[in-house]
Design a protein around this ligand. Structure first.
Ligand code: PYC
Length: 416
């Protein structure tokens, strides 16, 4: 633990009320940087951190039009897992989970990563077959996953109604012990602090309004605070990814849909694993503070709204109570939505583009937060070496024109 955050400092600040030193600086915006990363969420900050830590590139600006972690990184349900469907996806998220496992030590910041297991329920023969397929692909890629029967599910989550007296009886589940939850704002702040300490400049309230390209190469970005000249721009945005890419003349096949979530009042711990039901369009986990965090499917219509709707809350309550009837007395405290950039195959768009120096790390759909560390690591390598790392080669933008889709819809937490 650094001296700034020692137990002695904690005591002194607690007793005297002395202000804490800022966890990252607020530097002047320089007129030029070696690289500008657009988007101060977990992807942008992780890319900056790994560029500095793994490749010695520190002359970087991370710019965000709002505050860091204010977009998808602060609006997700903080689920970490690697039990995907395609070998490309499983290998990629497996690396992310491994990075998450040692991230608190690496960043010297408590991320509250809790590997409490992850259960995806199957309510039909078809989904049981998909779970079996996922379990086999997972095992072949070295990821711990197995299909378990209702008796075992009931032992892991006693509050689940595993009887067959319900509309959608539980036939089995994909059980993934290494999955779990993490404190999402801590991940953002941990990367921000560590990147800042290595010399990266973080500029909040700094909106990119244009990207300059000359003779097929990026030459700079324009912002609401003035122009920056740079040979490298990395688009790490969600929600605005097509708009930022469009500024460089790059088209990516993404449509943006809100994904709603909600949180209850805190109660005593009773739910250990994360529970997902695609058929009932719901996933739920209990935080260390005791709240239940719920999410559902993306909204049926493309939009940029980040407000919750009554329709969602009603549907959510109905579905949750079919799974866990004893939750009926609990009260919802808050609702919100995040923006999900959906691609045709539910896999991301990563790497170089036809514009030299313009890189993309976008199209994360509902999978973005859990990919933050591996995406940052791989994008940093891609930018620093100008080569596409093997792990992200399946996700390049040219796959759409070449018909190399990576169909990852079957690994979605809920139906979309
Ligand atoms: O893929 O685990 C997931 C997920 C949960 C919420 C949104 N996506």
């Amino acid at each position: 633990m650094s001296r700034r955050y020692s137990a002695w400092a904690l005591l002194r600040h607690g007793i005297t009320g002395e202000a804490w030193p800022p966890a990252w600086r607020a530097p002047e915006l320089k007129p030029s940087y070696s690289a500008v990363i657009v988007g101060g969420g977990v992807h942008g900050l992780a890319t900056a951190y790994y560029l500095a830590a793994n490749h010695g590139v520190t002359d970087i600006a991370v710019v965000d039009k709002g505050y860091i972690g204010g977009g998808g990184s602060g609006r997700n349900t903080a689920i970490i897992r690697s039990n995907y469907l395609t070998p490309e996806g499983v290998r990629f998220y497996h690396r992310s989970l491994r990075l998450y496992e040692r991230l608190a030590a690496e960043l010297n910041f408590n991320l509250m990563f809790s590997q409490r297991g992850h259960l995806t329920l199957a309510h039909s023969d078809t989904s049981l077959r998909t779970m079996r397929q996922r379990a086999e692909v997972n095992k072949l890629c070295g990821v711990e996953s197995e299909v378990i029967a209702p008796e075992e599910i009931s032992r892991l989550v006693p509050c689940l109604d595993t009887s067959d007296a319900v509309r959608h009886p539980i036939l089995g589940a994909l059980y993934h012990p290494p999955g779990g939850i993490v404190r999402h704002d801590a991940v953002v702040w941990g990367y921000a602090r560590a990147a800042d300490a290595l010399g990266v400049h973080i500029h909040q309230d700094t909106e990119v309004t244009g990207i300059d390209v000359a003779r097929g190469r990026v030459t700079g970005v324009r912002t609401n605070r003035g122009p920056i000249s740079t040979p490298v721009v990395v688009n790490c945005t969600a929600g605005w990814s097509t708009l930022v890419a469009g500024m460089a003349g790059v088209r990516i096949p993404v449509q943006t849909f809100p994904l709603q979530a909600a949180v209850t009042e805190p109660v005593q711990p009773f739910l250990d694993p994360v529970v997902v039901s695609g058929t009932l369009h719901v996933y739920v986990s209990q935080t260390d503070r005791g709240e239940l965090v719920f999410g559902g499917s993306v909204d049926p219509f493309a939009s940029y709204s980040t407000r919750g709707s009554l329709e969602f809350a009603e549907g959510l309550a109905a579905h949750v109570l079919q799974l866990m009837p004893s939750l009926a007395p609990m009260r919802l405290l808050r609702q919100w939505a995040g923006l999900c950039d959906m691609t045709p195959d539910f896999a991301p768009v990563m790497g170089r583009t036809d514009v030299a120096g313009f890189f993309v790390d976008v199209g994360w759909g509902t999978y973005g937060f859990k990919a933050g560390p591996v995406a940052g690591e791989a994008m940093a390598e891609c930018v620093a070496t100008e080569r596409t790392p093997e792990l992200i080669a399946p996700f390049t933008v040219d796959r759409f024109a070449e018909g190399r889709l990576v169909g990852e819809k079957g690994a979605a937490a809920v139906g979309h």
